[in-house]
Ligand binder design. Structure first.
Ligand SMILES: [Zn+2]
Ligand SMILES: [Zn+2]
Ligand SMILES: [Zn+2]
Ligand SMILES: [Zn+2]
Length: 368
């Protein structure tokens, strides 16, 4: 039952978008430490002045040299994610690639390769499997025990086999807060008090857990209850990118008008809640607004939520539904902008694609 929690730091080399993006600001540091490893005797020589194959390069390990050749030209990391290349062969990890495409889309600019300035897009860039496979064979140090492994094995090693991987107590469900390295678990278990606790001592911990489960269950039950109501509208929609007429045109998204529950509607979405320069931010978010387009005489009491839907990108993670409630009447025909529950990474991926597909579920509440 023990769940292994790996601190964020350890994920640096195998996934997180935020990590790669935050690395963009760290480029100078990475250049001077990770990528150009200087020997102590020529440390005074600035890296920029070095010729392509210096003496120093020759003494570096082959894998270091290959590593610096195969790293992403934006975050300078050796990514275990998909690697894309421009038509001239410059390499970008998928998270930097999406970030770049999303940035340029917001600025209404053609995306260009940071290296050679050729145009890049989803259609003219390809994945480079040879690079991805070579990277997976390169060595990497374990964050916990410092031993060297090949990249394709490090994830399993760090999550399942490393004797120093972070571990929690087997009795954490009974309220033990101990955490430490896996090899110290047996000695903790000898002194852990949880297995000998009485029911009376454990009841509060169990009550607290039950409350969390109950909350989740309640959300699910609400969805099930809503689905049993009479008036349900299911609409599979596409948000298309548009630009405002302002002097500095802003990117936003809009669906065509659609009919659901016998009324006409439209959905609009915007990035980072319309902050002035979304392309300068590291974290991205999307929020949406539901607009009633029909004239009404009676109010409409509506609950609605967004799901991934059948036409969305299959790689989109399941969207955790957030149910919103709004009463539409003659004077109130637009909801506020409501958060779309997706990660910043997911948001960049969505922004970099040409349109956004999703399913909107609307349930009209019966008049009491
Ligand atoms: Zn990158
Ligand atoms: Zn290029
Ligand atoms: Zn290890
Ligand atoms: Zn314990």
């Amino acid at each position: 039952m023990a769940e292994i929690t790996i601190p964020n730091d350890s994920q640096r080399n195998f996934s997180s978008d935020t990590v790669s993006i935050s690395n963009i600001s760290e480029i100078p540091m990475l250049v001077s430490t990770d990528h150009v490893k200087l020997d102590s005797n020529d440390a005074e020589e600035p890296p920029a002045k070095k010729s392509k194959v210096s003496l120093n390069d020759k003494t570096r390990l082959l894998e270091d040299r290959i590593g610096s050749i195969l790293s992403c030209c934006i975050c300078l990391d050796l990514s275990t994610l998909a690697m894309f290349q421009c038509i001239n062969g410059h390499l970008m990890c998928v998270s930097c690639f999406n970030h770049l495409l999303a940035d340029c889309k917001m600025k209404d600019e053609q995306t260009t390769c940071p290296n050679c300035r050729c145009e890049i897009s989803k259609s003219n860039c390809t994945r480079n499997l040879a690079v991805e496979k070579t990277i997976s064979e390169l060595p990497i140090q374990c964050d916990y025990c410092s031993k060297i492994f090949i990249r394709s094995e490090i994830k399993i090693h760090q999550s399942q086999n490393c004797p120093e991987r972070p571990t929690i107590c087997d009795y954490s469900l009974l309220g033990c807060n101990w955490n430490g390295s896996y090899q110290n678990l047996p000695s903790h278990l000898l002194v852990c008090e949880c297995p000998t606790k009485t029911g009376a001592q454990l009841i509060n911990t169990i009550r607290a857990q039950k409350r969390t489960y109950d909350d989740e269950k309640k959300c699910l039950e609400t969805v099930v209850d809503l689905l049993s109501l009479n008036q349900i509208g299911v609409s599979d929609l596409i948000l298309k990118p548009l630009r405002t007429d302002d002097f500095a045109a802003k990117l936003y998204f809009e669906t065509s008008r659609f009919t659901a529950l016998q009324y006409q509607w439209q959905v609009r979405a915007r990035i980072n809640d319309n902050t002035p320069h979304p392309h300068t931010t590291v974290t991205r978010s999307l929020s949406y607004q539901l607009i009633l387009k029909s004239k009404i005489t009676q109010s409409i009491d509506l609950k609605f939520f967004i799901l991934k839907g059948p036409h969305g990108d299959p790689s989109t993670l399941q969207i955790q539904p957030i149910i919103y409630h709004f009463e539409f009447n003659q004077n109130n025909t637009e909801t506020e902008y409501l958060k779309l529950p997706i990660s910043s990474q997911e948001c960049n991926r969505i922004l970099s694609s040409s349109s956004i597909s999703f399913r909107l579920l609307m349930v009209q509440l019966d008049k009491p």
